[in-house]
Design a protein around this ligand. Structure first.
Ligand code: 0GY
Length: 307
């Protein structure tokens, strides 16, 4: 089967620079995807976009190039609830990848057990309307109850303006809950303004809620250019991410978001994205927690402590 990319689609950047920042040993890229390849793993009929292919081999090559040791591969919405591309990628990684799946209410216990075997440890509930059709909350809560008993967690993706309406559902979830991309703050608003402070309060009041401090390229208004010849990209996002890292150092994760779906204006150099890390986790201790200790505790608890 062959697929036509969505018009205007930006392909991932082939030839990323080597980061100046050296990742700590055992670092985990805790948010990335695979797309297809569509000829082998067809994109879902209900998808809202058709991407370029981004295979597991290409993901593993990027992992090695950047200096990561492990990946957490999150099911992309273009594959709907067909988790084969993601699960096969986890299986092919020799224990160095975990997965986050999308499942529907009718998923069988046997399928969940197979996904667990492949390395899946979470499900993603997506509330971003441009990416998915609406799923009733009672269906999501039922799924959460089932996966909680397997020791999995829930990843949530939503836009900052929707947090108020969704918060009571999120706080009722019976698992660890991981927020994608800091709940997508509007970084043109002040750091101490009501929107971002509402997000900080949400984390402070709920100790089971974690945040990915990822996707500066998606959140930035200023964009990527390294100023003054420095490799210090996405400066307008850094204070937001740094605040989350320093306030909740034991509940943050970081990921590249490769292959960066749905970017409209530029495709990031993943090497430069890695160089964003020391601007948000400013010392070795914070970097180790963000990149090693926290993801290992959540995804490889058996190995945590001896990476
Ligand atoms: C991300 C962000 C996006 C897309 C998806 O699964 C997806 O399609 O997650 C987006 O378009 O904001 O985390 O990759």
């Amino acid at each position: 089967m062959s697929f036509e990319k969505t018009p205007g689609w930006l392909d991932w950047y082939d030839g990323p620079s080597r980061p100046a920042f050296t990742l700590p040993e055992g670092a985990v890229d805790a948010h990335c995807h695979v797309f297809g390849p569509g000829a082998e793993y067809p994109y879902a009929p209900e998808r809202k976009y058709t991407p370029c292919d981004a295979s597991r081999e290409q993901l593993f090559a990027l992992r090695d190039h950047l200096g990561f040791h492990r990946n957490v591969i999150v099911q992309a919405t273009c594959h709907g609830a067909d988790n084969r591309a993601m699960a096969d990628a986890c299986r092919a990684a020799d224990g160095r990848a975990r997965g986050v799946a999308t499942v529907r209410r009718d998923v069988s216990d046997e399928t969940l057990a197979d996904l667990h075997d492949a390395g899946v440890r979470g499900v993603r509930f997506n509330f971003v309307k441009r990416l998915v059709d609406f799923t009733p909350k009672d269906e999501l809560m039922e799924i959460a109850g089932r996966i909680a008993s397997m020791g999995w967690h829930v990843v949530i993706y939503f836009e900052a303006r929707d947090l108020g309406e969704l918060e009571s559902f999120f706080t009722a979830l019976p698992t660890t809950v991981v927020v994608d991309h800091m709940g997508r703050p509007d970084v043109s608003q002040p750091l101490d303004g009501p929107e971002f402070q509402g997000f900080i309060r949400f984390l402070r009041e709920n100790e089971n809620i974690w945040s990915k401090v990822s996707c500066p390229e998606r959140l930035s208004v200023a964009g990527p250019p390294a100023l003054d010849g420095e490799r210090a990209p996405y400066r307008d996002v850094a204070p937001f991410a740094r605040t989350v890292v320093e306030t909740f150092p034991e509940r943050v994760l970081w990921g590249t978001d490769w292959p960066h779906p749905n970017l409209k204006d530029h495709m990031p150099d993943d090497g430069l994205l890695v160089d964003f890390i020391p601007h948000i986790a400013v010392d070795g201790e914070l970097q180790r927690r963000l990149l090693v200790d926290n993801p290992m505790r959540l995804y490889w608890p058996d190995l945590a402590g001896d990476t």
